[in-house]
Design a protein around this ligand. Structure first.
Ligand SMILES: Nc1ncnc2c1ncn2[C@@H]1O[C@H](COP(=O)(O)OP(=O)(O)OP(=O)(O)O)[C@@H](O)[C@H]1O
Ligand SMILES: [Mg+2]
Length: 246
């Protein structure tokens, strides 16, 4: 594939497959995935539990290796990189909000958020981390360890950590899954602000149709296959949103 086609692509995926070996034999989790996401685009990935959404996100973010196929992240073919180069690429360009948060247990909320900024050599990492935690409503929890935080608070720390380096691409796996509607709304607003102000590409896995509807594109994962979604459920979500706003 020529570089011209990939020029404005944040993510380009061709014929991606992911299979794993289980006790019952080979399990194909992702099958024949093709995808092109432009820089600055916002994309929602919907689909039932177990359909392969988190697996796809992990592959796109260079956290996992596909069985076959190719992924270009910001024009770089991931199959050409060794683990060290992948780590460097992630540090430089990618943030990830994990479904299970993945905070460092032994670090406080503030230290967790500071960590990627310090690794990237950002000056005033501490002040930035504090400001970011204030933005997600956690200025009163800076010195708490993850185990001293509620699920929704841990999720907001993970979100603050993902935002601190203004990534080129932000992967968010159910970023509002543990939040009440007020906090969920606030976090969604932050995601789209980052998308618009910093031109961050947003790839969002969510079960929330209203959040999905705020993205420019909606894709649905079904048993390892990915396709654009123009279904009635999304149109219903739009109607619901209009009713709520009225
Ligand atoms: N390493 C693995 N070995 C075996 N099976 C796996 C492995 N990783 C994922 N799976 C299986 O692949 C399927 C897809 O998992 P994945 O986590 O991507 O689903 P998901 O769409 O994110 O679901 P959810 O909405 O529940 O988070 C699941 O059935 C899971 O059990
Ligand atoms: Mg998942």
């Amino acid at each position: 594939m020529s570089n011209v086609i990939l020029k404005n692509s944040a993510i380009n995926v061709v014929n991606l497959e992911k299979s794993v070996t289980t006790q019952e034999g080979t399990l194909t989790i992702l099958n024949g995935i093709n995808l092109d996401v432009k820089q600055g685009e916002s994309v929602a990935i919907l689909g039932p539990s177990g359909s392969g959404k988190s697996t796809l996100l992990g592959l796109l973010a260079a956290l996992d290796t596909p069985t076959s196929g190719e992924i270009w992240l910001d024009g770089v073919a991931l199959s050409k990189l060794n683990e060290e180069q992948k780590a460097a690429l992630r540090k430089q360009k990618v943030s990830f909000i994990f479904q299970s948060f993945m905070l460092v247990d032994t670090l406080t909320a503030l230290e967790n958020v500071m960590l990627p900024a310090e690794l990237a050599g950002v000056r005033n990492a501490k002040d930035k981390a504090q400001a970011m935690l204030t933005r997600v409503g956690l200025s009163h929890r800076l010195t708490h360890l993850p185990k001293q935080l509620s699920g929704g608070e841990q999720q907001r720390v993970a979100i603050a950590r993902a935002f601190i380096c203004e990534p080129k691409v932000l992967f968010a796996d159910e970023p509002t899954g543990n939040l009440d509607s007020v906090n969920g709304h606030k976090i969604a607003d932050m995601l789209f602000e980052l998308n618009q102000e910093s031109h961050t590409t947003l790839i969002l896995v969510t079960h929330d149709l209203l959040l999905a509807k705020r993205c420019q594109r909606q894709l649905v994962m079904d048993n390892g296959h990915l396709q654009e979604d123009n279904s009635a459920s999304l149109r219903d979500a739009e109607t619901l949103a209009d009713t709520k706003e009225a």
